[in-house]
Design a binder for this molecule. Structure first.
Ligand code: FAD
Length: 398
């Protein structure tokens, strides 16, 4: 005989655990199945181990989806303030790092503990190390899930398997396979919030690995971010680059302003008045990382001249180069280091109020498995909380 649970959730990550706790709280019987030996593995890794669990400023504009209105309802019904109140209720100390991003003072483990405590309080059944072999619809409604050779039946099936990023943390395409099996649309997934790699011709910049500086970076579609850029052993990273990767498509450029708060032209013109004999290299090293300027000089990308000898044309070239550096990335580092997956289950066929598939009654998708991608900065976890809440509230009302 099969096991039975009113609601079965696949995935004990951020969305699955929160949904389970919310359902339990409203008196619903719920079981969570996960392939991992621990729940919430991505949460533990998040925010450098301190988990950036939400952001003080959450708006639909912080999310990308082929259906931009989709996030509105869920975000409005379970807000960042609701999650912050829960964090406070558990006595978890937190701080704002920058740009509204909230992190735990102590450890991401506290967020996992909070979610597990909520589940334990309401008798949620969490089954780990579950290998899901098959999912099917039952003739009279409901679903059958086969895991570790055992069959489960349920009335509602919630898919909370997340995206493809970081396979080392248990990411799999099971959620996408379930969507396809039931005839739901998919937006092709790709790695996002991810570093770029250099093309062959720019490999020499790997010598700068570890150097970082504040920049403004823009995508071809006009979106731009002001934040740090970090040179790596393979390409460029840092929050500015991760953010713009959400807006970048293969074969497009990104434009970097290396001196976003100042005009290089004005700076050099003024300095030329007071210090005409100053080497250009020295002048640039005062406002840009020395290693970067030295590399340019070595490769004769900037003239070895004094400020007095700098021609108008060369000055213009320099302005163009420093404020409008066009970079053609040779792709991204892919799912291995990506923080999220762009694309996923097409939200046009999912109810924005309940997360239920409009085609298949009783089948729900929450969290990152959906075609919803947030900016860097706590937005992806907030989506997990908000979508999980919308789903749980609906199932509890049935
Ligand atoms: P997940 O949390 O990924 O959970 C999915 C669960 O499904 C996992 O437990 C997995 O084991 C399980 N699963 C998958 N496949 C199967 C299968 N076949 N069978 C059974 N179970 C399966 N976002 C932020 O907002 N702030 C941050 O600070 C932040 N930092 C991050 C750092 C890293 C290194 C990474 C990779 C991501 C980070 N993110 C951050 C993104 C955030 O972690 C995700 O958007 C969020 O976890 C998505 O929640 P989810 O529940 O949809 O998926």
């Amino acid at each position: 005989t099969p096991y039975f649970s009113d609601t079965l959730i696949i995935g004990a990550g951020a969305a699955g655990l929160f949904c389970a706790g919310q359902l339990g709280k409203q008196g619903k019987q719920v079981t969570v199945l996960d392939s991992g030996k621990k729940a919430g593995r991505k949460i533990l890794m998040a925010g450098g181990g301190f988990c950036n669990f939400t952001n003080l400023e959450i708006t639909p504009q912080h999310y990308l989806s082929h259906n931009p209105h989709f996030v509105k309802s869920a975000l409005a019904r379970f807000t960042q303030w609701d999650f912050i109140a829960l964090v406070a209720e558990y006595g978890i100390a937190y701080h704002e790092k920058e740009l509204g991003q909230l992190f735990c003072d102590e450890s991401a483990q506290q967020i996992v503990d909070l979610l597990l405590a909520e589940c334990a309080k309401y008798q949620v059944n969490i089954q780990l190390r579950q290998h899901i072999e098959q999912v099917s619809a039952l003739e009279n409604g409901g679903f059958a899930v086969q895991a570790n050779g055992q069959t489960w039946h349920c009335h509602q099936l919630v898919v909370a398997t997340g995206g493809l990023s970081m396979p080392a943390l248990g990411a799999s395409s099971l959620g996408y396979q379930i969507a396809e099996q039931f005839g739901l649309g998919m937006i092709p997934p790709r790695a996002s919030l991810v570093p770029f790699r250099w093309r062959e011709t720019e490999q020499f910049y790997t010598a700068l690995a570890g150097v970082s500086l504040p920049v403004r970076v823009s995508a071809e579609n006009g979106q731009s971010f002001f934040n740090q850029l970090l040179f790596t052993h393979r390409g460029i990273s840092g929050p500015a680059i991760l953010q713009i990767s959400n807006y970048w498509q293969p074969n497009e450029w990104v434009e970097v302003d290396l001196l976003p708060n100042q005009s290089i032209g004005d700076y050099l013109q003024e300095l030329r008045q007071t210090s005409p004999k100053l080497q250009l290299k020295t002048a640039l090293s005062r406002i840009l990382p020395t290693k970067l300027v030295e590399l340019w000089q070595e490769r004769e990308m900037i003239p070895a001249e004094t400020l007095a000898n700098l021609s108008k044309v060369r000055l213009e070239n320099l302005e163009n180069f420093i404020h409008h550096w066009q970079i053609f990335p040779n792709g991204t580092e892919g799912y291995r280091t990506a923080e999220v997956t762009m694309g996923g289950v097409d939200t046009h066929e999912i109810s924005s109020k309940t997360m239920e598939s409009s085609k298949v009654k009783g089948l729900y998708f929450i969290g990152e498995v959906l075609d919803v991608t947030g900016w860097l900065g706590g937005y992806n976890f907030q989506w997990a909380w908000s979508s999980a809440y919308a789903c749980a509230n609906h199932i509890a009302s049935l």
